[in-house]
Design a protein around this ligand. Structure first.
Ligand SMILES: CC(C)[C@H](C(=O)O)[C@@H](O)C(=O)O
Ligand code: SF4
Length: 467
């Protein structure tokens, strides 16, 4: 029987198979950030050892950083101390890191790919659940806990049970105004926020192959929001073209050699998946979430479901969720008021997202009732947005660019949505309080965010922008 793409990459990295199903897995790349590395570094220190393979480790501080005035000392004391100790830990261990404000700095899952550090066929871990993003390159990439970060520091290996495999095929062509975010929100709304539990998902089919690399990253980024360990997409010409020429990608003849190996990374015809789903891209419209988990999503023209068929604790949490959001079953989302719009995060903070948003709002004005936070995922995205004239377009429409960081994706820094306020957010989680205590998050793609930002209410981007 043939092998799945996931099996090919996983099996090639097994150092030792243990009784009970766990493997010692070799890790090619280890990304670190300031939130989940301090305790692991301390662990090393206490054992009197250092990072074993610093050249396979890359750091960037992102969660706590301010997104304004990054050239000035960080005002918030706890954040400042955390950034200082992150730099110190990296330096003491010979680990390269992108300092706040430096040209390569940004959100960890944006920085790795744009530097060409993320490559097909690798195993990649980070003490961060959205490490799944890197699966877009045909890498086995997944989030780990702080004690596992220490394990990888010390040994460049990790102890892992092998997940089950799932394939989600999206057939056909997507309609106008449908972004990668809409595709993945649609999938999660169909299989639920726990539908992928215990699995590693391969995304396949025409609508997935048609996606750019950045769009594939958006899909894989959110694969964990249905409970999966990660997502993966077979590398193809789109992948090779993206990697080629990047800072840390193999160069010249080495690149050609690498591509020849990467071309073997696909699921064999007769490979077996534990679970399979298939969807039709034509059924997907721009999406918006109405509740407090990413599975509570709907087409933008639809009505909030009734929760019929739910019982027991499921019904209780459905009702609690609508209550938190201040919404009712049977209502339309279209026309609901919006206070904040957040464009950014490792889901939708890349240059294509900024292009899409800027081109949509070009020649229009930000709605007066909306506060918009447009936060590039990295310094490279910020620089590119300026060089391409996107910043000018945005400024003319009444928007401003901030500086890179996780920002309002989670309430760990100064960018918090005030209690009770409604936020259309291009990030990946809409949990209670995720964007600030009491904040109400509606997840969407960059086009729905742009439509909300210029109309001040939830609107269909296909109508607002005549798509
Ligand atoms: C802080 C970090 C551990 C966390 C994660 O693991 O995902 C964060 O990035 C998030 O998105 O909630
Ligand atoms: S942008 Fe959001 S999801 Fe991504 S790493 Fe930062 S906090 Fe986590």
């Amino acid at each position: 029987m043939g092998k799945t793409l996931f099996d090919k990459v996983w099996d090639a990295h097994v150092v030792r198979q243990l009784d009970g199903g766990r493997s010692v897995l070799y890790i090619d790349r280890h990304y670190i950030h300031e939130v989940t590395s301090p305790v692991a570094f301390l662990g090393l220190k206490n054992r009197g050892i250092k990072v074993a393979r610093p050249q396979q480790t890359t750091g960037t501080p992102d969660h706590n950083v301010p997104t304004l005035n990054q050239d000035r000392p960080v005002a918030e004391e706890q954040s400042r101390k955390q950034l200082e100790s992150f730099s110190r830990n990296c330096e003491e261990n010979g680990v390269e890191y992108f300092k706040l404000g430096s040209p390569g700095h940004g959100v960890v899952h944006i920085v790795g790919p744009e530097q060409g550090i993320t490559q097909p066929g690798m195993t990649i871990v980070c003490g961060d659940s959205h490490t799944s993003t890197h699966g877009a390159f045909g890498a086995v990439a997944f989030g780990i806990g702080t004690s596992e970060v220490e394990m990888v520091f010390a040994s460049q290996c990790i102890l892992q049970p092998k997940p089950k495999t799932m394939r989600i095929t999206v057939n056909g062509k997507r309609g106008k105004g449908v972004t990668a975010k809409d595709i993945v929100l649609y999938i999660i709304s169909k299989i639920s926020a726990s539908g992928g539990t215990g699995h590693f998902i391969e995304f396949a089919g025409e609508a997935i192959r048609d996606l750019s690399m950045e769009e594939r990253m958006t899909v894989c980024n959110m694969s964990i929001e249905c409970g999966a360990r990660g997502g993966i997409i077979a590398p193809d010409q789109t992948t090779f073209d993206y990697v080629k020429g990047r800072n840390r990608a193999p160069q010249g003849a080495d690149f050609d050699k690498a591509v020849a190996a990467w071309k073997e990374l696909y699921s064999d015809q007769d490979a077996h998946f534990d679970t399979e789903y298939a969807f039709d891209a034509a059924d997907i419209e721009p999406m918006i979430t109405y509740g407090t988990n990413p599975g509570m999503g709907m087409g933008i023209t639809g009505t909030i479901p009734s929760g019929e068929g739910l019982s027991g604790s499921d019904k209780v949490s459905f009702d609690k969720s609508l209550n938190y959001m201040g919404f009712h079953s049977g209502e339309k989302m279209l026309g609901k008021k919006v206070d904040y719009v957040f464009l950014g995060s490792c889901t939708n903070g890349r240059i294509e997202d900024f292009r899409q948003f800027a081109n949509a709002v070009k020649g229009r004005k930000k709605a007066p009732n909306v506060t918009a936070w447009l936060v590039p995922g990295s310094k490279m995205v910020e620089a590119q947005a300026k060089a391409e004239g996107l910043e000018t377009i945005l400024n003319e429409a009444g928007f401003e660019l901030r500086q890179p960081g996780c920002s309002a994706c989670l309430a760990m820094n100064a960018d918090k949505i005030p209690s009770g306020m409604y936020s259309v957010s291009t990030s990946n989680r809409n949990f209670e309080g995720r964007q600030g205590p009491g904040a109400r998050t509606m997840l969407a793609g960059p086009l729905v965010a742009a439509a909300a930002a210029v109309t001040g209410v939830i609107s269909d981007p296909r109508e607002v922008f005549n798509l």
